[in-house]
Ligand binder design. Structure first.
Ligand SMILES: [Cu+2]
Length: 248
């Protein structure tokens, strides 16, 4: 049977969607944009999900195109009332697909739970140099408190300073409504709630300035609740940390 116009349109549509998928995959592998230890873990996880999803998608599209182009008119085994349809499909193929999908899900679960452990168990990754910064969200700025007493806010545009290559823990709360303390480039987001402290950590591996954003709609000026993270060389950070700390 030659494909009808409708079938031909379906095939072209499927091929275009498939090509768009590949374009986005290539873009994705090109530059993920993140930095730091969490970005590596998160981006690997995302790439794995993407790759397995793409493999399944490719299989489905190929099968779809195969069916559309090769299916025959099937009139002889149309089920009649009171009659069972003839057996179709293959038990072996169905079993193989089930095994493959089960393996995919097992791999994804394993890697996902490992990643969750990495994100949540900061005590396993912190070192002697590590310290905790208390971050408190307010409408519409962040307050930072260091262990040695340094305290300031993002309201004046001052960056949150941390040293490079040192795991730093953030203990996040809120002074008013719900906020969410997010470092998008470092792939971390911690809920800032007035009722409890949530913790998270990062290991910055490159110096520079990175955005801090509020990821919880918290009021009229939520959009301008922005700040900067400055990842400094260790020596530079220590000079700042000690000199600022003395005056307090
Ligand atoms: Cu906010």
């Amino acid at each position: 049977m030659n494909p009808s116009k409708k079938q031909f349109a379906l095939i072209i549509g499927a091929v275009i969607i498939l090509m768009l998928n590949f374009v986005s995959i290539f873009n994705w592998f090109g530059d993920l944009g993140g930095t730091g230890a969490h970005a590596e873990v998160y981006d690997e996880l995302f790439t794995l999900y993407w790759s397995l999803g793409a493999a399944i998608g490719l299989g489905v599209y190929c099968y779809f195109i195969y069916l559309v182009t090769t299916s025959q008119e099937e009139t002889e085994d149309e089920p009649q009332i009171g009659e069972k349809p003839l057996e179709r499909g293959s038990t072996k193929v169905a079993f193989a697909i089930t095994v493959v999908i089960t393996l995919f899900l097992l791999v994804l679960s394993d890697v996902t739970f490992d990643s969750i452990d990495f994100f949540e168990k900061h005590e396993e990754y912190t070192t002697d140099e590590s310290f905790t910064i208390k971050v408190t969200g307010y409408q519409y700025y962040w307050k930072y408190q260091y262990p040695n007493g340094i305290e300031y806010t993002s309201a004046g545009g001052e960056a949150l300073r941390i040293p490079v290559d040192v795991p730093v823990v953030f203990e996040v709360t809120s002074g008013d409504v719900f906020h969410s303390f997010a470092l998008p480039e470092h792939r971390i987001k911690i809920d800032a709630l007035p009722s409890r402290a949530n913790t998270g950590w990062i290991l910055a591996e490159e110096t520079g300035y990175y955005p801090i954003r509020c990821f919880e709609l918290c009021g009229d000026d939520h959009a301008i609740m922005i700040g900067n993270l400055e990842v400094m060389e260790k020596s530079e950070f220590n000079v700042w940390y000690q000199s600022e700390g003395e005056g307090i």
